[in-house]
Design a protein around this ligand. Structure first.
Ligand code: ADP
Length: 618
């Protein structure tokens, strides 16, 4: 059905149709004119052919002038009976000036002789003296020709009339036959014309059809085809222009494709998230980074409003379009995966100024924000940590100033506290300085190869010495013992001995500080999985589970008052962590509250091969 309609609406069909209709209209007009002329000429010549010749009409006139009517009638009868010039004439009647029928050629009508002619035309001819010829169509097609007869004496008076009735069947048959031939010829001409019209219109529409097909291929992205140029006429020029156009489109498409690929690449590999929307704020493009930030898949977000995706409650898409704000977006708020994003909005505008959408660039500022927060926290912690000893110093100095210096019972105690606090502040400031050096990356690592076994033994020996010295001097200090569980093998590692000693000192001091008297401190050293693991366990207070990771933060103390009383700064483990990490190692703690704590240090270790050893010996 569709195909049939397509044929009828095609230019090909329309041109053929117009051509054929024009041809038919021309044939019709020519045909109508031709048959009309043919009819008129045929009737005229028929009229002439049935005209009674003058010789005969003179004879008749002479007979009508005779006084002996009977004899004249006989003569008239004879004249018209003998007259057989034309086969078409079926009857001849002679009427005198009084309108009486004087003779009839038709034998069946002889009874009309002597009667008055009733025909009005006869009366008309007799009175006017003019011939009347009429084609009568009833009772068979025939012609009635009534010719006036004038006196032979030259007076021109009408003395009668001859009425001739002649059949026109032959004439009309001829006209019909000629018309039939004409009609047949017209139909053949129309048919041939239609074929010619189809051929011509096909020649016009074929290049157009080819161009249509090529245009469809081009619109589908297939530029391989070419329109054939048939001639250098207008259609040929159009085909050539079309070919140039498709080459241009192909090139432009290539350029825009490679641009798009480049843009896609840039978008994919960008460390910032990028989201593009249409002008209603619904997402049209989103890159991998943005999806990672927001923890979504492309399928989930395409077509969704950007305000919903970013959880912007008080901002509408109109607000974003009108002011292109910069916003902070928090993802997974109050969870471990909390992420702070900086969202920068800008408009996508056409040259005309028409806004077709928005682009949002998301930048991960979680770390930056965390650092800022930590820095603020750090400054506030430092201020607080320094203010407390300074306040107590001021109190003691004021008391001494107010006269306590004179009191030998309190003055030395006050001065002792002042000395302790000052020392603690100096320690804290030294700790802060070494932390700051490590933060800035200026703390140089003084690496040397040592046998870790010997190194740890050397550090622990110092603690054993301290216990002995305290006992010798009868100094009141904490009682404790150190238990060593070392794997016998030599463990050669490259470390900064001073810094690593600081770490072990710190953990040992904590084990002593946070343990009651008589505790055993167990130090284990073993090698596992290309790592040396040093663990120091005490039988002290233990650390609550929730604080186990936090104790490595700067100034974090489980029990602030106790730590301060013990002269702690809250920075020891933070410094230890920095040092161990600078050795590419790890430090962590494990504890059972009230039973004791174990601190672990693991540092990378590459076992020496046999070859390496023998090479060393050389
Ligand atoms: P401090 O100068 O306060 O000792 P650290 O950074 O060395 O600072 O330790 C941080 C906190 O960790 C201490 O205040 C203490 O609460 C806890 N801590 C460290 N070691 C131990 C331990 N062996 N037993 C119990 N608590 C400990």
């Amino acid at each position: 059905m569709k195909k049939v309609r397509k044929v009828f609406t095609s230019i090909n069909f329309k041109i053929a149709m117009i051509f054929m209709l024009l041809l038919l209209a021309t044939i019709e007009i020519v045909g109508a004119y031709f048959t009309r002329q043919l009819e008129q000429t045929s009737i005229q010549s028929f009229e002439t052919s049935i005209q009674i010749p003058n010789t005969i009409s003179n004879q008749i006139s002479a007979q009508l002038s005779r006084s002996n009517i009977h004899k004249a009638n006989q003569q008239l009868n004879r004249i018209i009976s003998n007259y057989n010039n034309n086969d078409a004439i079926s009857s001849i009647s002679i009427i005198d000036s009084k309108g009486v029928i004087r003779a009839v050629s038709n034998l069946n009508d002889q009874n009309r002789v002597g009667q008055r002619a009733t025909n009005a035309d006869v009366k008309e001819v007799l009175s006017s003296g003019k011939q009347v010829s009429k084609v009568i169509n009833d009772d068979g097609n025939y012609m009635m020709q009534i010719t006036p007869l004038t006196a032979s004496n030259g007076t021109n008076t009408t003395i009668g009339a001859i009425s001739v009735r002649a059949s026109m069947q032959g004439v009309f048959n001829t006209i019909r036959n000629v018309s039939l031939v004409f009609l047949t010829a017209s139909l053949v001409a129309a048919f041939l014309g239609a074929i010619v019209a189809l051929i011509i219109s096909r020649a016009i529409t074929r290049p157009i059809e080819e161009m249509r097909k090529q245009a469809l291929r081009v619109s589908d992205g297939d530029y391989s085809g070419h329109v054939k140029v048939y001639a250098d006429d207008e259609l040929g020029q159009l085909a050539r222009a079309f070919n140039t156009l498709s080459v241009r489109i192909e090139r432009t498409q290539e350029v825009s494709d490679s641009e798009r690929r480049r843009l896609d690449n840039v978008l994919t590999h960008m460390t910032d998230g990028v989201i593009a929307t249409d002008r209603h704020g619904n997402i049209t493009i989103i890159n991998e980074t943005a999806l990672d930030f927001l923890g979504k898949t492309e399928k989930e977000v395409i077509g969704e409003p950007i305000t919903k995706l970013l959880g912007l409650k008080d901002v509408t898409i109109q607000d974003l379009m009108s002011s292109q704000q910069e916003l902070m977006v928090t993802v997974n708020e109050n969870t471990r995966d909390e992420m702070i994003l900086h969202a920068n909005f800008s408009l996508i505008q056409r040259v005309t100024g028409f806004v077709s959408g928005l682009v949002c660039v998301l930048h991960d500022i979680t770390e930056q924000q965390k650092n800022e927060r930590e820095q603020q926290q750090f400054v506030s912690n430092v201020s607080h940590e320094l203010r407390t000893p300074l306040t107590s110093l001021r109190a003691y100095v004021e008391a001494l100033n107010d006269g306590a210096w004179k009191d030998p019972n309190v003055a030395p105690q006050f001065l002792g506290v002042i000395q302790d606090e000052t020392q603690r502040m100096i320690r804290m400031i030294n700790d802060l300085l070494s932390l700051s050096r490590m933060d800035r990356g200026v703390a140089k690592m003084d690496l040397e190869w040592v046998n870790f076994n010997d190194f740890v033994s050397h550090v622990l020996n110092r603690f054993d010495m301290m216990i002995k010295t305290d006992e010798k001097n009868k100094k009141q200090s904490k009682k404790y013992s150190i238990k060593r569980e070392f794997s016998g093998q030599d463990l050669w590692v490259e470390i900064d001995t001073d810094k690593m000693m600081q770490v072990i000192d710190n953990i040992m001091n904590n084990a002593i500080k946070y343990s009651p008297d008589g505790g055993v401190i167990t130090v284990r050293l073993l090698q596992a999985n290309k790592h040396i693991i040093l663990s120091i366990s005490d039988q002290g207070l233990g650390i609550p589970r929730k604080d186990l990771t936090k104790i490595f933060d700067r100034f974090y103390r489980v029990d602030k008052a106790r730590s301060r009383k013990q002269g702690g700064t809250g920075l020891g483990l933070a410094i230890s962590k920095e040092i161990v990490e600078a050795h590419h190692g790890r430090i962590w703690a494990d504890s059972a509250e009230g039973e004791g704590s174990t601190f672990y240090i693991s540092i990378p270790y590459e076992p020496m091969t046999e070859e390496g050893d023998s090479w060393d010996e050389v």
